[in-house]
Ligand binder design. Structure first.
Ligand SMILES: NC(=O)c1ccc[n+]([C@@H]2O[C@H](COP(=O)([O-])OP(=O)(O)OC[C@H]3O[C@@H](n4cnc5c(N)ncnc54)[C@H](O)[C@@H]3O)[C@@H](O)[C@H]2O)c1
Length: 449
């Protein structure tokens, strides 16, 4: 069995390396020659725990290779996976399928013998049929099927997610394509991973439905957190109280500054557009998109409010810039809204992130870049936690207090314990939890007018 992986980004590289771990011969292709050169030298272009070892081992054993020669990789392959980007189309929010169709045309030109072309990229329902038309038009003689196999891995735990997934969804009605994909996923099949076979449209839509549901869950708990703040409830206890109900589940009930990343924002928007076009608007998801965008915009106001209404001339230390920990991915990160808004309000921003600084420097201007947590907060008037890196949880409240000029801490990820922070003399606010320094309960405050 041989696989060609077209697109060696986050998904292509992790999937390619994991397929080679299954014992399959994999050629990872990218049109970015610099990226391929680095990979061939053993350099990993993304931050993903465990990936470097996995790539080195399988490349060393000769099962995993990197190339810009798409035609040669496709000619030799039994299955060709398309794992190129599908960003939001500028202006209308539909998924931009330019890379997918470009790849399809290049694949078509190189096909030899029966080949299954598999879209692993997240693509709107109906794209598989269009990819098939593109290839058929270019190569009426070719022997191929087009299947859908959406990817559910999460950045930061991508390898485990790929090797031990909750499920694999394969969308094709062709028995030949099913056989090829069944043998690609054979190790998981033996592991009793649920492997769901469906038609192509079902597989394509399942990916968007999953992301929209998870984005809804996050947005739901974020709004509940806002309510908690008004009424003196603790959102973590509420989340536990509902999450222990097996029908609800505990995951994705952690409040924060709004979801970001390379998938949820663009996928929720694309699903909304697909549904509207199909004449069945998804009003819940439309609202989730709006509420989340407003939340991200609103976060800087929280910081300003914690600084007694103004950050003008003040120094704000920002810890964490990536959209979540254990990744260097900055796509749609809340920091990209918060930092510019603070600077626009007159703040001097110092920032640090354990893995995202290189990319952050391309995306954020007028920031003072620091080398570590305590250096960032030195002489600051406020400290803002934007990403919940584990290293931040271990920061010493006494040392934080000693480093800062003013004792204001705004924790947008609830990494600290409110009572400990208050005991260290810090004016600490977090998301959806009673303010430890509040002299009056919200109810008493209301009664007092
Ligand atoms: N990142 C995630 O966590 C994640 C998870 C699940 C699904 N997805 C989906 O997977 C897809 C890929 O996402 P990503 O984050 O890996 O993207 P990415 O931008 O990191 O990588 C895409 C790669 O494809 C390459 N490329 C584009 N056109 C090419 C062509 N014709 N030939 C060869 N290479 C080409 C680019 O150079 C780039 O390296 C998207 O549809 C995304 O929605 C992503």
């Amino acid at each position: 069995m041989r696989i060609a992986m077209i697109g060696t980004g986050y998904v292509g590289l992790v999937s390619g390396a994991c397929f080679s771990e299954f014992g399959i011969e994999v050629a990872c292709v990218d049109r970015d020659a610099g990226k391929i050169e680095r990979l061939a030298r053993g350099e990993i272009p993304i931050y993903e725990p465990g990936l470097e070892d996995l790539v080195a081992r399988n490349a060393g054993d000769g099962r995993l290779s990197f190339t810009t020669d798409l035609a040669a990789a496709v000619r030799a392959a039994d299955a060709v996976f398309i794992a190129v980007g599908t960003p939001s189309r500028r202006g209308d929010g539909h998924a931009d399928l330019t890379y997918v169709f470009d790849a399809a045309r290049e694949i078509a030109a190189a096909l030899e013998g029966y080949t299954v072309i598999v879209t692993k990229s997240t693509v709107p329902v109906g794209t598989g049929a269009e990819v098939e038309d593109v290839i058929r038009a270019a190569r009426p003689d070719a022997d191929f099927d087009v299947a859908s196999n959406p990817e559910f891995l999460r950045e930061g735990s991508a390898i485990n997610d790929f090797l031990r997934p909750d499920r694999v969804i394969i969308g094709t009605e062709s028995p030949r394509a099913r056989d090829v994909l069944r043998s690609v996923y054979r190790p998981l099949y033996l592991n009793e991973t649920p492997i769901l076979f469906a038609n192509r449209e079902t597989a394509e839509l399942a990916k968007y439905a999953a992301n929209a549901f998870l984005a809804t869950k996050i947005t739901f708990i974020n709004e509940i957190a806002d309510l908690c703040e008004r009424v003196g409830a603790d959102v973590h206890e509420v989340a536990r109280g509902i999450g222990l109900d097996g029908r609800i589940g505990r995951k994705f009930l952690h409040p924060g500054p709004g979801y970001g990343g390379s998938c949820f924002p663009k996928d929720t928007l694309a699903l909304v557009r697909t549904a509207a076009q199909a004449g069945t608007p998804l009003r819940i998801v439309e609202t989730v998109v709006d509420v989340n965008a407003a939340r991200k915009r609103h976060m800087a106001e929280r910081v300003i409010a914690a600084c007694d209404g103004s950050v003008s001339g003040k120094t704000v230390a920002v810890l964490g810039l990536t959209f979540k920990p254990n990744t260097d991915d900055m796509r749609e990160a809340p920091s990209l809204e918060i930092v510019p808004a603070l600077i626009a309000a007159g703040a001097r921003v110092r920032a640090y992130d354990p893995a995202g600084m290189a990319e952050a420097k391309n995306l954020l201007d007028r920031v003072e870049w620091c080398e570590g947590e305590y250096e960032t907060m030195q002489d600051a008037d406020a400290l803002v936690i934007v990403t919940e890196w584990n290293a931040f949880r271990a920061l010493d409240p006494q040392r934080i207090r000693a480093a800062m000029r003013a004792p204001v801490v705004v924790d947008l990820r609830n990494v600290f314990d409110p009572a400990t922070m208050a005991a260290a003399g810090l004016r600490y606010t977090s998301i959806g939890r009673p303010d430890p320094g509040a002299a009056m309960s919200p109810r008493a405050k209301r009664d007092a007018g």
